[in-house]
Design a protein around this ligand. Sequence first.
Ligand SMILES: Cc1cc2nc3c(=O)[nH]c(=O)nc-3n(C[C@H](O)[C@H](O)[C@H](O)COP(=O)(O)O)c2cc1C
Length: 277
Amino acid sequence: MSKEKEFDNKTSSGRKISRRNAIKYAGVTAGGALVTYLGMKYYTGQNDSTATMPLANEADANLITYQNKTNMKVLLLNGSPHKKGCTYTALSEVGVALEQNGIESKLSWLGMESISGCRGCGSCRSTGKCIIEDNVNVLLEKVNTYDGFVFGSPVHYAGASGFITPFLDRLFYAGGSRFAGKPGAAIVSCRRAGSTAALEQLNKYITISNMPLVSSQYWNMVHGNTPDEVRRDLEGMQTMRALGQNMAWIVKCIAAGKAAGIEPPTYEQRTATNFIR
Ligand SMILES: Cc1cc2nc3c(=O)[nH]c(=O)nc-3n(C[C@H](O)[C@H](O)[C@H](O)COP(=O)(O)O)c2cc1C
């Protein structure tokens, strides 16, 4: 049987299907392959040699640096142990939409070295940096160079990963006030469930820091165990693109507001009551 003939009546798993469904299947497969090809072309066309560097090795830890048309930049932080896995795939889609809307983005991978949790020593209160010298401090010094942030994580046991959780704990404990006024979003990738809990967890850093929370047309999640499965989650990928569009829009609106003399709020001295007074 010729290859074409074989493809005519079987899926790749060998399951027999009707001629009509075979035509449908062929169309979907070809469409998926095109999307995959275009996506891969996009990734590999960029500065991929620095693709996997964690923040400390900055030159500048970027997987992808998209064209800069507005001088504004959004950091896409990948908290997955997989440097080019599902979370990367979703964040890249956000990056493409940002780029299409004139906003540069930098996709940084936290790496696979274990990241220390917050010691709760409080030294950051006086020093403005974390006592543990690692990428948290590297990023803390660069917060001002970004106009927006997207935190991405795979779902691990219905929560964010063991990489991004301690990283963001320490980043925000030491320098949460530096993020005020900068729009933020979180995205998660999961095989099946726990996505809303993980998303909620990541959104907490944003919503305690006077950061405008940027949303999409659905909750910011993709489904899949592999990048290819994620690319086939058409709704998830569309959600990522809409998030990128919204992020670009908000970033530009904030810049336009500033240019028109609309200053960010001056906040009151913070009161912490600890529920005992
Ligand atoms: C330790 C661990 C725990 C996981 N827990 C969940 C889970 O609770 N729910 C789920 O749907 N997927 C779970 N998964 C699957 C991943 O979330 C999923 O494959 C994700 O898309 C991987 O993204 P990545 O390639 O960026 O790492 C888990 C994977 C690992 C390694």
